[in-house]
Design a protein. Structure first.
Length: 271
């Protein structure tokens, strides 16, 4: 009797252990690995690259010349260049902040001669000389993207630029009796800035941007004084002041480096 009860006890114990083991295993009998979470895409993405520009001569919004008696004094901007690096912070597919640091060299041609009035050309040129002026630009702009195609975007940016001018400049030609002094109004100068252009984005090799920029300083960047050193000649001791506004247009070419990882705004690089 005891042996029979003992056998039943062990039978029930075996059935209970089997049930617990079946409950612990998945229905398929295979232990599934925990899925690996995919890499989260960045909400804010920073990229940038080198930029080179050609500045176009313009006297938009400024006179750039003066007339006294029968003498015309004229300061004309010339073709020059600007280069540096752009940095932009993408917050979405349509909006970004753009900044950077640029070296900008300006060149002006100073001409003095006989003329009938401020609007008439020179009859005779007494003096003609070029003068360089160097500055640095730190733009702060809001950038808006408009997608025009699969990989083509229209970029529209507007904002300000904080410009720095390290020193004034002067020109004294030993073969001439005229002296030019170009005095800066301030070592730091704010300016309004706007740009528009097209950007082509490749899948693995970054992006190429071609566009234009317009910049207008809030006040003239320099006051140019032109004077004669000797009391002889057709204009005597006349000294003339001309304000230099510093407004310019430029044609810009920029290369944007490829992104370091996949992101929802730019694409994926091969790094």
């Amino acid at each position: 009797m005891w042996a029979k009860s003992k056998g039943r006890f062990f039978a029930w114990l075996a059935l209970a252990c089997s049930g617990l083991a079946m409950h612990a295993q998945p229905a398929t009998g295979i232990i599934r690995a925990k899925p690996v979470q995919s890499e989260r895409k960045q909400k804010v993405f920073v990229t940038g690259g080198p930029e080179v520009s050609m500045t176009l001569p313009t006297t938009f919004g400024e006179l750039g010349k003066a007339f006294s008696t029968d003498t015309l004094w004229e300061v004309s901007p010339m073709f020059r260049y600007r280069f540096g690096a752009a940095v932009r912070i993408d917050f979405s597919k349509v909006f970004a902040l753009q900044t950077g640091l640029y070296y900008h060299t300006r060149r002006y041609q100073v001409s003095i001669g006989r003329s009938g009035s401020l609007q008439q050309p020179f009859d005779t040129v007494y003096f003609q000389e070029g003068l360089n002026y160097i500055g640095y630009e730190l733009p702060l702009m809001a950038l808006f993207y408009v997608q025009m195609g699969d990989r083509v975007f229209l970029n529209n940016a507007v904002g300000v630029s904080i410009d720095f001018y390290p020193s004034s400049s002067e020109k004294l030609n030993t073969n001439s009796e005229f002296k030019i002094f170009n005095g800066r109004n301030s070592w730091v100068m704010p300016a309004l800035r706007a740009s528009v252009g097209f950007e082509w984005r490749s899948k693995y090799s970054g992006a190429l941007y071609i566009g234009g920029t317009f910049q207008r300083p809030i006040i003239p960047i320099t006051e140019m004084f032109i004077e004669r050193q000797e009391p002889t000649g057709p204009i005597g001791f006349q000294t003339q002041q001309i304000n230099i506004g510093g407004t310019y247009f430029s044609i810009d070419v920029r290369y944007i480096l490829p992104a370091g990882k996949e992101n929802e705004f730019f694409g994926k690089s091969n790094r």
